[in-house]
Design a protein around this ligand. Structure first.
Ligand code: TXA
Ligand code: MG
Length: 316
């Protein structure tokens, strides 16, 4: 199929409303959207990405007021998080409403809901007649797309349209908090940090700390993720990898190891987060074989960067 590229949120929404797939920008990463009431478009999303069918999709809404369409109940904690962080880079897992089909939730009775804080996403979602299910707009397993060009590289010919927008401001996917259990769990770290969440709801804990040996609560977390073609090797700050093979790259905040062919020195964690996936893709274009990545400390935004690096490296 021909993939149309447009800068008009209105045109993009009209295509989605016809039951087709449309990629769109958000402040975290680009999403690949389908109307939740279009079984064909939902199937197309899984096909275009090569995504396993048991991995549920996040549902996107244009304004927090649309939440009752998607979720059947809001716990007091969830209510506090919505008030503080919607719209923004936070996804809440909530009991699903009857309007959300099981094709979106992969058979679960819960649904991930997000309201992006991105002007074009807001315009687009406002013009869509139904809430929009959207995973990250990359081929499954690859680094998420943080620019329309990255979406185009992965999905050209496989989706109906791309809403062309700016480079994603955050560059890592949303924080996910599951509010359906006895106490809220952070399933995925992101730009809304654990510290910020706990300032509003002190009982929130990261899922990994309470259930190390249990099946992952977020079905997607068991699959390989964020992987460039190059091998990813992580190291702590101050540690230097022993022997650097040729065609190696490095990204981090400290000092690049000696012998690196391509280095990306970041000055803040915000910059590290924003640049990481586009650097991975750049390394693949440059035929880099190994990418060394400095692990930031496990706090603030560093927690999300560490998580993506460890997954890309296959460390857990
Ligand atoms: O920033 C983001 O979250 C981006 C933009 C496009 O919104 N989306 C995104 O979607 O990262 P995706 O599909 O790449 O990752 C969604 C994750 C997956 O790990 C999935 O398993 C999990 O959210 N998820 C979705 N619904 C869930 C549910 N009901 N319960 C638990 N986990 C869920
Ligand atoms: Mg993804």
């Amino acid at each position: 199929m021909e993939t149309l590229i447009t800068s008009s949120p209105l045109e993009a929404a009209a295509i989605l409303n016809e039951g087709k797939t449309v990629a769109f920008p958000t402040e975290t990463v680009y999403g690949l959207g389908a109307a939740i009431d279009s079984p064909e478009a939902l199937a197309e999303v899984f096909r275009a990405k090569g995504r396993p069918g048991d991995n549920p999709l996040i549902v996107h809404i244009g304004t927090p007021e649309e939440l009752p369409r998607v979720a059947s109940k809001l716990s007091p904690e969830a209510g506090l998080l919505v008030t503080r962080f919607f719209p923004g880079p936070l996804t809440l897992v909530l009991p699903k409403s009857s309007e959300v089909p099981y094709a979106v939730t992969a058979g679960l009775d819960t649904v991930g809901v997000r309201c992006p804080a991105h002007p074009a996403a807001h315009e687009f979602l406002k013009c869509c007649h139904s809430p929009v299910a959207a995973p990250s707009a990359n081929r499954s397993g690859r680094p998420s797309a943080t620019s329309w060009e990255a979406v185009h590289n992965d999905l050209d010919g496989k989706i109906a349209a791309i809403l062309r927008g700016n480079t994603s401001r955050i560059g890592l996917e949303s924080t996910i908090v599951d509010c359906t259990g006895p106490r809220p769990l952070m399933l995925r770290a992101g730009a809304v940090t654990l510290e910020e969440l706990q300032a509003i709801v002190p009982s929130i804990t990261p899922a990994g700390e309470t259930q190390k040996n249990e099946a992952p609560k977020s079905p997607g977390l068991k699959y390989p993720h964020y992987a460039p073609r190059a091998r990813v090797v992580t190291h702590e700050r101050g540690e230097s990898p022993a022997a650097i093979p040729s065609a190696s790259a490095w990204i981090g905040l400290g000092t690049p190891p000696v012998g690196i062919a391509l280095a990306k020195l970041c000055t803040t964690h915000e910059e590290y987060a924003r640049e990481l996936f586009s650097f991975f893709r750049h390394c693949d274009r440059e035929a880099i074989q190994t990418i060394y990545c400095e692990l930031p400390p496990e706090k603030g935004l560093g927690r999300a960067i560490r998580d993506r690096l460890n997954r890309a490296a296959g460390n857990h």
